[in-house]
Structures are given as structure tokens and as C-alpha cells.
Design a protein around this ligand. Structure first.
Ligand code: ZN
Length: 140
């Protein structure tokens, strides 16, 4: 008789964690555009937000970038170099996306159903190839 080396399945309990990773990246053209738009002298949060002047204000690109441009306008960037400001914008965008996703019906429903979904926020450095964990993980 050949005996299996594997334990019977009924005894095999492997916790499965579902991971969602939101990854921003350095030198992000979208973040640069939002930073520039929010730093224009006539930028007005109450008006229409047009991040990319060469596209209509209601274009998909401008609608997609608007939340980040609005977020940029709330960040403490005074006195920062453009490089420092861009890094702050990129990090803030990842943090914001992690928080928004955590509040989504899909993730809330998963957590309420006992599914161990974790959301991580990282930034990929294009120069070094390294990922930086922003330490904003949500989930069990
Ligand atoms: Zn990008």
C-alpha cells in the first residue's frame, strides 16, 4: 500500500489572503500635470478643474485627473522643491486611493463577509527599481 505524503485535505487549512496593491510610481506624468495645474496662479477649486489645457475640460483625461488635481491643491507644498512636491503628490495619491478603495462597497462587503482582503499602498521608484511600502495597509 502506498501512503500519501500529503495530509488529508480535511486537515489542511491554509489561510488565503487576498492582496490588492495600489502602486504609484516616481516621475509620474499624471502627477506632474496635476501638480502644475494646481500651482497655476489662477487655479480655483470652486471652478472647473482643467488639468490638461490641450484637452476639453470634460474630456475623459481631465475628468480622470481632476480628483488628483484637487488633492494636490490641499497638500502642504509651500517651500518644497518640485521634486519634493512631486514625491508628496505621488505618495498622497496612493494613500488616497487605498482609503477610497477601503471604503468601496466591494471591499466593505468582502470584509463584512469575513474575507481577509488587504490593501497595500506602494510607490515604485523608476530609477532604483525598488518598491517603497507607504505603511498604509488596510484590512485584517
Ligand atoms: Zn504615472
Amino acid at each position: 500500500m502506498v501512503r500519501s505524503l500529503l495530509p488529508p485535505l480535511v486537515h489542511l487549512v491554509i489561510p488565503i489572503f487576498l492582496l490588492v496593491v495600489i502602486v504609484g510610481h516616481t516621475s509620474c506624468g499624471g502627477a506632474i500635470a496635476c501638480l502644475k495645474a494646481a500651482q497655476t496662479p489662477n487655479f480655483n477649486l470652486d471652478g472647473d478643474i482643467v488639468t490638461i489645457d490641450s484637452h476639453p475640460g470634460d474630456s475623459p483625461l481631465n475628468r480622470w485627473l481632476e480628483p488628483l488635481t484637487r488633492l494636490v491643491s490641499t497638500l502642504p507644498l509651500a517651500g518644497k522643491s518640485q521634486e519634493e512636491a512631486l514625491s508628496i503628490v505621488i505618495d498622497a495619491n496612493v494613500v488616497e486611493q487605498v482609503e477610497r478603495l477601503a471604503l468601496s462597497k466591494t471591499i466593505q462587503g468582502a470584509w463584512e463577509g469575513g474575507h481577509p482582503v488587504r490593501i497595500h499602498g506602494w510607490v515604485y521608484d523608476l530609477r532604483t527599481g525598488l518598491l517603497r511600502d507607504l505603511g498604509v495597509t488596510k484590512g485584517p
